[in-house]
Design a protein around this ligand. Structure first.
Ligand SMILES: Cc1ncc(C[n+]2csc(CCOP(=O)(O)OP(=O)(O)O)c2C)c(N)n1
Ligand SMILES: [Mg+2]
Length: 368
């Protein structure tokens, strides 16, 4: 029997449109209307400033632990911008800017991070799943929805978010395999932010790119400069259009950087250098995009200052509203109302017992 090479008909591309100085490769410039460009810019600034405000609220003990998104604004907003409202998004725990873009209120983010049920999305309002903490589970969630869309012959698509660390999980590989076999309309956005808590990208996998992991499942994989919003938008739009046209799944690796701590419970100074962080500061996605918009003649320093003031006031309004909501009596029975359409018998039993207990406490005039 001969021994011969099998040709694998796939390749991995890498895409960058704005360089690190914000200069444009005109041949690759996506056709994005001015209004959308400015809306994206505003969303990036809002995401950054809100992240900073959340961090200060957390440090003052006004909310609990959360995962900051600073540095990853382009990587998530460029991905969701080409989605339609009826499409689906399955976020992990680091997609705050994308969730706001899709319609989540800042008040909900504050309430959720403050530990209030009321902060989680009302699925009737938009087609997004709540934040899912189990790493890489988002791939399976989005895939299930995508498969359902296909089964129902709808042309809606689903987008999953996960991190570089997530690509080492079984869920990620099972999801890609299933998506390939069933040609599911799912777009998997891997935000490669170089760290999985304290595990660096170099220890995550020997693969040269994360995008190439798609090839084993015969799915297109592309590596994108995740701090270049034009490149992220272009790659995502292409993948979304393909999925909608019935051509199946895509894996997109957005190369970016987690500028802050993993969560507010982490101290990154224990495992990474200032030199590394400073090198990435030079690739700030907001500054690069602003340079592009200024060169295009649709943004100026004056407009940026006005926008900053505007965003600050909007954030302050949301903080005030959320804190007023926190002061209102919260309904403890609510915890039974979100997980199941019909409660399983043992949970129903717990619900009854809890109800009785609350009634007892009420009788004693001891309602804490
Ligand atoms: C299945 C599972 N294992 C472990 C954890 C604990 N954990 C939370 S985030 C995280 C690292 C995730 O890194 P990455 O996928 O790169 O995402 P990033 O936090 O960088 O956005 C781990 C191990 C978890 N949430 N779920
Ligand atoms: Mg990571």
């Amino acid at each position: 029997m001969p021994r011969k090479k099998i040709t694998i008909p796939s390749k991995v591309e890498s895409l960058s449109i704005l360089n690190e100085k914000g200069q444009l490769d005109k041949t690759l410039e996506p056709d994005i209307p001015e209004e959308l460009l400015l809306k994206l810019h505003r969303a990036m600034v809002l995401g950054r400033r809100f992240d900073e405000r959340l961090l200060s609220l957390q440090r003052q003990g006004r909310i609990g632990t959360f995962a900051p998104i600073t540095g990853q604004e382009a990587s998530q907003l460029g991905a969701v911008a080409p989605l339609r409202d009826t499409d689906w998004m399955a976020p992990s725990f680091r997609e705050m800017a994308a969730e706001l873009w899709r319609g989540k209120a800042m008040e909900s983010v504050i309430l959720a991070y403050g530990g209030y049920n009321e902060g989680w999305p009302d699925e009737k309002e938009h087609n997004d799943l709540p934040v899912a903490i189990p790493v890489a589970s988002q791939v399976l969630h989005a895939l299930g929805i995508a498969w359902a869309m296909k089964y129902r012959q709808k042309d809606d698509v689903a987008m999953a978010f996960l991190g570089d660390g997530g690509t080492s999980e079984g869920d990620f590989h099972e999801g890609l395999n299933f998506a390939g076999v069933y040609q599911a309309p799912v777009i998997i956005i891997c935000q490669n932010n170089q760290w999985a808590i304290s595990v660096p990208r170099s220890k995550q996998t020997r693969s040269k790119t994360l995008a190439q992991k798609a090839l084993a499942y015969d799915i297109p994989g592309i590596q994108v400069d995740g701090n270049d919003i034009l490149a992220v938008y272009a790659a995502s739009k292409e993948a979304i259009d393909r999925a909608r046209a019935g051509e199946g799944a895509t894996l997109i690796e957005n190369v970016t950087y987690r500028m802050m701590m993993h969560t507010t419970a982490d101290d990154p100074k224990r495992y990474r250098t200032d030199k590394e962080v400073n090198a990435w500061k030079k690739r700030d996605p907001i500054i690069r995009f602003q340079k592009y918009l200024i060169d295009k003649g649709i943004l100026s320093d004056k407009k940026i200052n006005t926008l900053e003031e505007d965003v600050k006031a909007e954030i302050q309004g949301a903080v005030d509203n959320a804190e007023a909501m926190m002061k209102k009596t919260i309904e403890p029975m609510d915890m039974f109302n979100h997980a199941y359409e019909e409660l399983p018998p043992y949970t129903e039993q717990q619900r009854k017992e809890f109800e009785e207990e609350l009634a007892e406490i009420g009788k004693e005039g001891n309602h804490a």
